[in-house]
Design a protein around this ligand. Structure first.
Ligand code: GLY
Length: 390
């Protein structure tokens, strides 16, 4: 990857990682009174997250931050707060509260798989297995994929999205945990369908992809949150990079590694000098469009995941690149003053409205809950030998 030698942002040092981690963990602690018995909104409003009910696709990320902070400190208060969140997640899945979509991995890996792995919380394990079962209900045999949104089989919503790659680790985990191959088997089919259809010839990706509900044949790629159907949504590409790295950890299929490399290279080709992408990679730095800092944190975690697997010079390349991205985030995007924000990282973009997309337009140039989570995960990965929640 020649791009590395052209980069101007230096790699973050171990000392800087430790300092950034302290700042972030202090902010998590500061947020406990507001969010122990509540969820955090998907994005901030004027850089401050409101407290909300546990009914959004993003409700797993704040508990994930609590667990990362617990790992860093060993503090029982954080453990207690994490387990209160587990009870909320269990209630949600048992009562099917806003679970008629595919985002079970985003919800249950950082909250409940984490709680099971770290403190052996049996309710967390039960909630995560129930969530994996729920995700299997979203599988559509005609086409072989998990339907993202809408009612089962609904023609207007007969599609999958690149983001779903991050829901698959819950299934790989569920098979290892229960011994039942059905979870993994469905995940493998979904990943194959995604790679066959979502990745374009230039290694950019479609955000969403429709299939024919009767024949299962590929129909067309369109966007929901990117700028346009044929553009290059930054976070979608980031989900692809991180998702392939984690799938490769579980399965070691050469096509996953190759997809990781190709998606990463396409992403890097479009980055501004500070390594934080515009919300859609169709834009150049000079277009002055909002950034999506969360995409940078997600890609950094994907790089660090792949580095742990491949070893050698390639691992060093990935680690150094991740350190550069995290340096940029820590220096110029992370929150240092709690008076400015109750989040961890500024300048994320959830859904920016364009003339060509179908999103609502919210959370633009704000903190976003997953952006905070992945930033803390990236710092944690750089600081210690971390055992993944995914
Ligand atoms: N998975 C939805 C998003 O990335 O906004």
């Amino acid at each position: 990857m020649t791009i590395v030698s052209e980069l101007t942002v230096p790699p973050i040092s171990d000392g800087e990682v430790a300092a950034a981690l302290e700042v972030a963990v202090a902010q998590v602690r500061r947020n406990l009174p507001a969010f122990t018995y509540a969820s955090q909104n998907h994005s901030s409003v004027g850089n401050f997250y409101p407290a909300v009910a546990n009914d959004q696709w993003t409700a797993g990320f704040w508990p994930g931050e609590i667990w990362l902070a617990f790992e860093h400190t060993g503090d029982k208060v954080l453990r207690h707060a994490g387990q209160i969140q587990v009870q909320s997640m269990l209630h949600r899945i048992e009562n099917r509260i806003e679970t008629d979509h595919h985002d079970m991995g985003f919800l249950y890996s950082p909250s409940c798989v984490a709680a099971w792995k770290l403190v052996g919380d049996e309710d967390a394990r039960r909630a995560a297995i129930l969530a994996a079962d729920r995700l299997l209900e979203r599988f559509r045999p005609a086409g072989g994929f998990f339907q993202a949104w809408g009612r089962a089989g609904e023609a207007d919503e007969y599609r999958f999205i690149i983001d779903c790659l991050l829901n698959l680790p819950l299934l790989y985990w569920a098979t290892r945990e229960t011994g039942d191959p059905k979870y993994r088997d469905h995940a493998l089919v979904h990943a194959r369908t995604t790679l066959a259809n979502s990745v374009r010839a230039d290694d950019s990706t479609f955000h969403t992809f429709y299939m024919d509900p009767v024949t299962g044949a590929p129909v067309r790629g369109v966007t929901k949150q990117g700028y346009a159907d044929d553009s290059f949504w930054a976070r979608g590409q980031a989900w692809g990079v991180a998702g392939m790295a984690i799938s490769y950890r579980y399965e070691r299929l050469p096509e996953y590694r190759s997809a990781f490399e190709r998606l990463l290279a396409a992403y890097l080709r479009r980055l501004p000098a500070d390594l934080i992408p515009c919300w859609d990679l169709v834009f150049k730095e000079s277009d002055n469009e909002p950034r999506d800092s969360s995409a940078a944190s997600i890609v950094a975690c994907g790089l660090l995941e792949m580095a742990d697997i491949v070893g050698g010079a390639e691992a060093e390349t990935y680690r150094t690149l991740a350190r550069r991205m995290v340096k940029s985030l820590a220096d110029d995007y992370a929150v240092k003053d709690p008076g400015v924000s109750n989040g961890l990282v500024l300048h994320g973009t959830y859904s920016r409205k364009s003339p060509y997309n179908t999103c609502r337009g919210e959370g633009v140039d704000e903190c976003v809950s997953w952006g905070d989570y992945y930033y803390l995960e990236a710092l944690t990965r750089l600081h210690r030998n971390w055992s993944s929640y995914w």
